[in-house]
Every structure is written in structure tokens, then in C-alpha cells.
Write a new protein. Structure first.
Length: 154
């Protein structure tokens, strides 16, 4: 597996996955406000959030089809998709970190709109529940990781 693939595979797990999702949460309020304009409408934020969730799922799928990734990277991603199909909590836990990013945005000085506050609460509660459930389930095999032998290859 090439270094770039190793980087992409690693983006979805552990601390790097959490950091990416927190960064995504930090970006949501300013981007949504730029897209929705000055008139605040909760349904626009909800539609944008749903579009974001679909995009986060669809864009990697398209890239996996279009770009020539190694069989090892494809297998790791395939295994993770199978885990996600079996356990909703595997996907829900990711929302917790998005909620943390939204909360950080509010804490750093950005004031959240009502709908952004609702998204934050939903992400933190739903994602937190998913995180707790996934941690209980994950006593079974963890999400596929890069094998140590692949790390030593250049």
C-alpha cells in the first residue's frame, strides 16, 4: 500500500478520524450560513446537513471507483462498510465528533443559530449513544486497520 493510501485509510480511524470530524463540525456553521444567506430557516440547515451526510458517504464511494487504489486499501474499506452495515452504532459514533466540532465553534465565540444548536444536541446525544454502544460491541474484532507489515514497506 502506498503512503497516500495509508494516509487515506488512517483518516477514518482513531484520533485522526475524530480530528477530521471535529474539523468538519467546526466548518458547518460558517459554510451553512454562507450557503443559506442571512435569512435563517431551520429547514435549510437540515437540508444542508442531510446533503453533507450524503456527500460524506457518496464522495468516497465515487473516488474508490474512479481512482486506482490497491487491493489492500479496498479490502480495508470494504470490511469497514460491512461493519457499518451490521452495526448502526459504528456510523452514529462519528456524529459525536461532528457535534464536538459544532460545540467548539460555539465555545470559541461563534454563536449558534437555533437549528445549529439542535444539530449539535442531536449529534452529541445520538453520536454519544452510538459511541457508547460501539465501544461495547467493539469488544469483538476492531475496525480493519493497516497491517504492521504494510507499514514497514515503502
Amino acid at each position: 500500500m502506498r503512503n497516500f493510501e495509508r494516509y487515506l485509510v488512517g483518516l477514518d480511524t482513531g484520533a485522526s478520524g475524530a480530528v477530521c470530524r471535529v474539523a468538519l463540525g467546526l466548518c458547518i456553521p460558517p459554510v451553512f450560513r454562507a450557503l443559506s444567506g442571512p435569512a435563517h430557516r431551520s429547514w435549510v440547515d437540515l437540508a444542508l446537513f442531510l446533503a453533507l451526510l450524503i456527500g460524506v458517504r457518496l464522495i468516497p464511494a465515487v473516488l474508490r471507483k474512479l481512482l486506482p487504489f490497491s487491493a489492500e486499501a479496498k479490502n480495508i474499506w470494504s470490511d469497514r462498510r460491512q461493519i457499518a452495515k451490521l452495526h448502526d452504532s459504528y456510523q452514529w459514533q462519528k456524529l459525536f465528533w461532528v457535534g464536538v466540532g459544532l460545540l467548539l465553534y460555539a465555545a470559541v465565540g461563534g454563536r449558534l443559530r437555533t437549528s445549529e444548536t439542535a444539530l449539535t444536541v442531536i449529534c452529541l446525544i445520538g453520536g454519544g449513544a452510538g459511541l457508547l454502544i460501539w465501544r461495547r460491541i467493539n469488544a469483538a474484532p476492531p475496525a480493519p486497520q493497516i497491517k504492521a507489515s504494510a507499514l514497514h514497506q515503502s
